[in-house]
Design a protein around this ligand. Sequence first.
Ligand code: ZN
Ligand code: ZN
Length: 498
Amino acid sequence: MDYNKSKAFKNVCLKLAIVYFLSDVVLFKACYALTPSLVLLVSFDGFRWDYLNRGLTPTFNNLAHQGSKANYTINAFITKTFPNHYTLVTGLYEESHGLTGNHMYDPILNKTFGLQNLEPKWWSQNGQEPVWITNQRQGGHSAVLDFPGMDVPFQGMFPEYEYIKYTESIPFNDRSDLAVALLANGSVNFVALYFSEPDKAGHMYGPFSKEMNETLGICDKTLEYLLDRLEAEDILDKVNIILTADHGMTPVSINKTIYAMDYLNGTAYPYFTVENNPILGIWPNKSEHLDPLYEAMQKAEHVKVYKKEEIPEQYHYKNNVRVPPIVVVADEGWMVVGSRDFKTHYGGVKGMHGYNNSLLSMHPMFIVHGPAFKKGAVSKPFNSVDVYPLMCHLLGIKPRPNNGTLDTVKYLLSVHSTPPSNEEDGSDGRQHSQYFSVGIAFAVVIALLAIVLLTGMCLQQRSYRKEELTYHTLNDGLDTEDEEVFEDGDQMLPNTII
Ligand code: ZN
Ligand code: ZN
């Protein structure tokens, strides 16, 4: 090949590359928010991340393969059900959203919180609200099916569609039927869907029991049914699914229990306890009693005892009036409760969660699937507070102030859904969709230009076809830098346990 022909060919390639780059930039800008998409948040309570490695969950694993996953997420301390579900839908750590346990004492309200408390004063301590409410405020429509907090009014607003009260009595497949119907008929653009397993089996039989393995099979069938229904309605590839959980599970035994009364009652200083076993809150009746109670509790083994101000920063668990003056955290596999009455309530328990959120056993799984997500990507673990800004991005709504970031999760997004880095503090995401039509029109013009250039190139190509091309388009390597990719691999219980 002579030099002039080679040079001409390179010029054509360069022009094409520029056209390709420009069109990609235009589409990127126009489409990063796309139109607000359908989002289905699914929580399988207590689905520990490594349950996926047992070969018992083909539907989960296949969905992760067809979509993407993180090996796990780092959930919030304390790793209990209500606080962590609320973290998922607010993007706030527990000290910020104020649900510091399944059970709490609020010294300002001078009241104690339990799972049946639905008053906004508990759930909206500083004006917080879950994503389903924010979605509705910004023009969307939400359905919340059995998700914790669904029946709490936020400034008088409930989800547009909800499923009775937070209850375990609704068959799993019925919940899926309703979720899919509402998405398919256009009634809602957001659904939060909750399943109470495998948490119950984890508590009753332990995370490594044959009963747990059987329950994982049931969970897999539950997901299979949900996906089949989405496919039957022809929306499986239109819905952005976020499949996760609130926490993991670790084996426990009643024989490995610390009873706080054994250490505190001898002090003669009055106190009361708030149990979120394996976390125990101690409230001295008078502030001057704190030190002797603290020192007495320090004598216990298999627990860590913190004054409120000593709680490690990484727990994000000290800046709230509902955090007790003394917090006792059991070591993994141990339990800590106030009194010996515990045994009558929890004697048969074989599994527990609530521990330090740096423990691998406490981490939930995380799988995504849908048009906004890459296929087959595996992200490094990220904080569960980051799920909230991800959902807001997908819904095209402006997030409320939160502790999360999109930076950790954008690796999972396909290129045309990847947000600009400053989107979090930008204006209402919905306004971006107005540029979509303009972007598409411009892209069509550029595509026509590309066809003309391609035709010209083809005429030249006959004499060049034997040349070895090592040309790289300008977008080669985009979105792959700085990304760390991890390999795959690695008797009825009382409600108060959840
Ligand atoms: Zn749970
Ligand atoms: Zn539980």
